[in-house]
Design a binder for this molecule. Structure first.
Ligand code: GDP
Length: 715
């Protein structure tokens, strides 16, 4: 491992130091109130002057028309805002009086869009997890929480909707502990509940904050003493909080043992250390919609969530496969991650990029190690709610949209030429549903394929391929809604109307044994012929590693210039497997040998030879068919449990954990997606409409032999 020399951390020209920068995400189950919370934050930070309610469909972070229509947040828009930490009498804050830049990435809560969540979690330094005060921790909040664990994102929690009937703050905190295993402790407890919700109790400062209803959207608040009847509860909450921090933080532990009470700032520093170390989750409660508690929650972001210097340096590999790091700092070499592509009306392709080290100046060239190409950055754009601002420089730890890059995909690294680093891209789940698509009018063929390529560059969970046998264009994604939205976007953004076939399971193929063989294209019938000859060996790759190809040809048996064509042929050949033409995954190919002809060889001939080689060798390498497995959780009154389990078994389910909760049973299982069509109706009739279920993609698994036969017969 190489360590970079320590470089200047803050460029003297930057307005907000790295210490005064926060990159946060707001993640939650759909409907918990992310969009409403984001909008309130943008309002209180002065980025928007009018609040557009979500149900009216005007929230600024919901960029896409479809989202407005569907009322869900699909894309993660990166928005920049500024927060001055106000000096407030009676409330001590770590960064009193300082001004911060906060970049917010709105993440979707719908499982069809987990890739969006993954890609934004990858570039965040911290997150606000939003929960509904009535529903507590819902299955999808668990999914998002697990993803945030995977990327080590420190979190604070916001229990929203405390104004609603039945809201229960303690229950939500308890849910976080039990269901998510989070070490959750309240720092801002809702004061009052339901229609009596008035504000928050600041546990650390032991004060009450009352948000005033009389001015615009509760932007003013009073700090008062805690009402007498709540003093004991507040004191107990503080004692519990100190003890909880002492359990996970040495400095506070030492004070605790010496029976010294930490000061407000000492305790806040302890909470900050513990949160950044993933040992504690501070919890705030309130109501975004009723303007109760948002400002103090932003201050908790500043107080407790890390800046770019406080998270581990971005990890990557160099061209020899050695681990390298890109530590935050403007004096370092430029390196950033393109985490989202956006087809913008004004700018064309906008590439949202997180700069990890160094600084990116307008007009400079960046190298993309995936393509080996340099491209010029023509403009740098920062989005501030509904305004776009042109910048000359983006400093380390910041996020902006780049204009001018052509050949770039989500997950690509962008670095200064000469800096040998590829950052770890986010990992994305494989698509599970596919369908055939064709343009309504024959003349739109090219427009359709352009649109599909653009959309698949943007979205790594959306793929496009051509079925070899039928010649049809097949698109695949994470669910029907996902593909629906793709078709909508084709119409709106690319002007192509399309017809789609019925949704099908997106099967995969892989191999289980090593094998080798060759492919040859020889045509010599007068004039210039064609000649390509490729020898390869194939072996199974670890699950999730995808397709990897290595050139091991020595002595120029295949001239270097033809190697890219061979690789292209191999990749193309692997798009259609040998069992039922499904896409092949997790295979390694070595190009070991071949031969060429001085006159007849061409790129096209080598590409064809490589495709032949793939088909030939795959058959020998014990191929298997894989199917998407779904994690299915059914909640049912106990009386129907037997029937539901029997039915799940018939659907080839692997039953996992079963929990009883009151008079309900919760059955966790893994079921092949192919067995889940029509489940809604079935479950409804088995349980007289009283059972409910949730389902999300889990992994791919081998299809049993008898079922493979059925599938291949259908083809
Ligand atoms: P998202 O799907 O997580 O982005 O959630 P939204 O922000 O779109 O909110 C979902 C619905 O809940 C909308 O109708 C909001 O108006 C409503 N909502 C959001 N926050 C609150 C809240 O604090 N209290 C109440 N009563 N409703 C809320």
């Amino acid at each position: 491992m190489t360590t970079e020399p320590q470089a200047t951390v803050n460029d003297p020209k930057r307005e907000f130091t790295l210490e005064r920068t926060r990159n946060i995400g707001i993640c939650a189950h759909i409907d918990a109130g992310k969009t409403t919370l984001t909008e309130r934050i943008l309002f209180y930070t002065g980025m928007v002057h009018k609040i557009g309610e979500v149900h009216e469909g005007t929230a600024v972070t919901d960029w896409m028309d479809q989202e407005r229509e569907r009322g869900i947040t699909i894309t993660s828009a990166a928005t920049t805002c500024y927060w001055p930490v106000h000096q407030t009498e009676g409330i001590q804050k770590i960064y009193d009086g300082e001004k911060f830049r906060v970049n917010i990435i709105d993440t979707p809560g719908h499982v069809d869009f987990t890739a969006e969540v993954e890609r934004s979690l990858r570039v965040l330094d911290g997150a606000i997890a939003v929960f509904c005060g009535v529903a507590g921790v819902q299955p999808q909040s668990e999914t998002v929480w697990r993803q945030a664990n995977k990327y080590n994102v420190p979190r604070i929690a916001f229990v929203n909707k405390m104004d609603r009937t039945g809201a229960d703050f303690n229950n939500a905190v308890n849910d976080m502990r039990v269901k998510l295993g989070a070490n959750a402790w309240p720092v801002l407890i809702p004061l009052g509940a339901e229609d009596q919700l008035k504000g928050q109790i600041d546990v650390v400062n032991q004060k009450a904050i009352l948000y005033l209803d009389d001015d615009a959207f509760g932007s003013k608040y009073d700090v008062v003493d805690i009402p007498d009847d709540l003093k004991d509860m507040a004191k107990e909450a503080l004692d519990n909080l100190i003890e909880a921090v002492a359990d996970v933080d040495d400095e506070i532990a030492e004070m605790f043992l010496e029976e010294k009470t930490p000061s407000v700032l000492e305790l806040k520093a302890g909470i900050r250390r513990a949160t950044i170390a993933h040992k504690l989750v501070p919890v705030c409660g309130g109501s975004a919609f009723k303007n109760k508690g948002v400002q103090m929650t932003i201050e908790s972001v500043i107080d407790y969530l890390p800046g770019p210097l406080e998270v581990p340096a971005a990890k990557g590999v160099d061209s020899h496969g050695e681990e390298v790091h890109a530590p935050a700092g403007d004096g370092g070499q430029l390196c950033g991650l393109a985490f989202k592509l956006w087809a913008d009306k004004f700018y064309g392709k906008l590439v949202f990029t997180r700069i990890y080290s160094g600084k990116l100046e307008k007009g400079t060239q960046v190298l993309n190690p995936r393509t080996g190409k340099k491209e010029r950055v023509s403009r740098l754009i920062q989005i501030q709610a509904d305004k776009h601002e042109d910048c000359d420089v983006i400093y380390s730890g910041d996020i902006a949209g780049i204009v001018g890059l052509k050949d770039v995909k989500t997950g690509d690294t962008l670095a200064i030429p000469g800096y040998d680093i590829s950052l770890e891209p986010p990992s994305f789940p494989e698509p599970v549903i596919s369908m055939a698509i064709e343009p309504k009018s024959k003349g739109d063929r090219e427009k359709l394929s352009d649109g599909l390529v653009r959309l698949s560059d943007e979205d790594p969970t959306f793929t496009v391929r051509t079925d070899e046998e039928t010649g049809q264009t097949i698109i695949a994604g994470m669910g029907e809604l996902h593909l629906d939205i793709i078709c909508d976007r084709l119409k709106r953004e690319f002007g192509v109307e399309s017809n789609q076939g019925a949704p099908q399971i997106a099967y995969r193929e892989t191999i289980t044994a090593d094998a080798n063989g060759e492919g040859k294209l020889v045509k010599q019938s007068g004039g210039r012929g064609q000649y390509g000859h490729v020898v390869i060996s194939m072996m199974p790759n670890e699950r999730g590693k995808g397709i990897t190809i290595e050139n091991k040809v020595v002595g120029g048996n295949i001239p270097k210039d033809y190697i890219p064509a061979v690789k292209k042929g191999l990749e193309e050949g692997l798009l259609n497997g040998v069992i039922n033409g499904s896409q092949v995954i997790d295979v390694h190919v070595d190009i070991t040998d071949g031969s060429y002809h001085e006159v007849d060889s061409s790129e096209a001939a080598f590409k064809m030879a490589a495709i032949f080689a793939v088909k030939e060798v795959m058959k020998k390498a014990k191929p298997i068919l894989l199917e998407p497995m779904m994690q299915v959780e059914v909640t049912t009154p106990e009386e129907f449990q037997g029937d539901i389990m029997g039915d799940l078994n018939r659907r080839r389910a692997k039953i996992g954990e079963m929990i009883s909760k009151g008079s309900d049973s919760i059955i966790a299982s893994e079921v092949p997606l192919s067995e889940m069509f029509g489940y809604v109706n079935n479950l409804r009739s088995m349980s007289k409409g009283r059972a409910a279920y949730s389902m999300e993609p889990s992994h791919f698994e081998e299809v049993p032999a008898n079922i493979v036969a059925q599938i291949t017969e259908q083809k």
